[in-house]
Design a protein around this ligand. Structure first.
Ligand code: C2E
Ligand code: CA
Ligand code: CA
Ligand code: CA
Length: 276
């Protein structure tokens, strides 16, 4: 038993060591990737539930890793946050999103807006307002998606202040992952977001579970009462899309329509969709 016990300890120690080494490697790797420009924005269209026109597009970061291939945020965002470089990744994605939006509009695409996920780190980093003021573009074509949890953490006032000033410039604010955090809806409504995005965890079960269906329906009702649009994310089937449209949800996003894709593929997709 003693031997087995010791073996077990070694087993865990080795596992832990491997994990630490891996994290360390990824951390060094992220810093190198920032220098090498390996982070790219992918784009996933959002659809008007009624007309099924594209009424926006969300930028989602990917890491084009030279050895590991294309990596989704799961593989690196937590480590990037702990390295305090999340604001740099957000900056890269914001720049690419605005660059491509201009190109798409120049190519004749009627795309009103691009949405960018923004971390608390980036909001607090400073320079964001100045940057948006300096850009020669319509701030109304930019939307920031903020996690439901973002505004009521430690740096409340600074975050709220930045949000207010962004809104004064005309930038839209959307609450992301709604229904998964603990923020009260009263507090969220104080931000007067343009839209609330209902998290995929609530959307997926709506066909089978009355509980989630009613919850989503109530959120849509609150949105209607308060004049805030509702976006459903993770819409994976046309049955989900049909039900959500019937319930009065305004915007749909998910694999049922399109996956996140490269900027060039998005342009081709959107042009084909416009002439459908
Ligand atoms: P999110 O903002 O909630 O984005 C939605 C996630 O769901 C994306 O995952 C998207 O690819 C995925 N998705 C979209 N439609 C479907 C569907 O029908 N079914 C399923 N199963 N998934 C779907 P992704 O791209 O892996 O991003 C994960 C999270 O990473 C995002 O969640 C967001 O919180 C964060 N993130 C992504 N890009 C950025 C960024 O540039 N900055 C910051 N701060 N966070 C980012
Ligand atoms: Ca988002
Ligand atoms: Ca989500
Ligand atoms: Ca999320």
């Amino acid at each position: 038993a003693k031997k087995r016990g010791r073996g077990r300890v070694e087993f865990f120690t080795d596992g832990l060591r491997a994990q630490v080494v891996e994290t360390k490697q990824t951390a060094d790797d992220i810093l190198r990737a920032l220098e090498q420009g390996e982070f790219v924005a992918f784009f996933q269209p959002q659809f008007d539930a009624r007309t099924r026109d594209i009424d926006g597009v969300e930028a989602l970061v990917r890491w084009e890793h030279p050895e590991r291939g294309l990596l989704a945020p799961d593989a690196f965002l937590r480590i990037a946050e702990s390295l305090n470089v999340m604001h740099r990744i957000d900056e890269i994605v914001l720049d690419q999103a605005l660059f491509h939006l201009r190109q798409w509009q120049a190519a004749g695409l009627a795309i009103p807006r691009v949405s960018v996920n923004i971390s608390a780190q980036r909001l607090l980093e400073g320079g964001l307002l100045e940057k948006i003021e300096d850009l020669r573009f319509d701030p109304g074509s930019l939307c920031f998606e903020l996690l439901e949890s973002i505004s009521f953490e430690d740096d409340d006032d600074a975050v709220l202040n930045t949000i207010e000033r962004l809104k004064a410039l005309g930038v839209d604010i959307e609450i992301d992952d709604f229904g998964t955090g603990h923020a009260s809806i009263v507090n969220l409504l104080k931000l007067t977001p343009r839209k609330l995005k209902i998290d995929r965890q609530l959307i997926t079960p709506i066909l089978d579970s009355q509980r989630e269906r009613q919850l989503v329906s109530s959120i849509i009702d609150i949105g209607r009462t308060c004049g805030i649009g509702i976006v459903a994310e993770g819409v994976e089937t046309m049955d989900h899309a049909a039900l959500l449209s019937d319930m009065g949800c305004q915007t749909l996003q998910g694999y049922a329509f399109a996956r996140p894709m490269r900027a060039a593929d998005f342009l081709a997709f959107a042009l084909a969709h416009e002439s459908r």
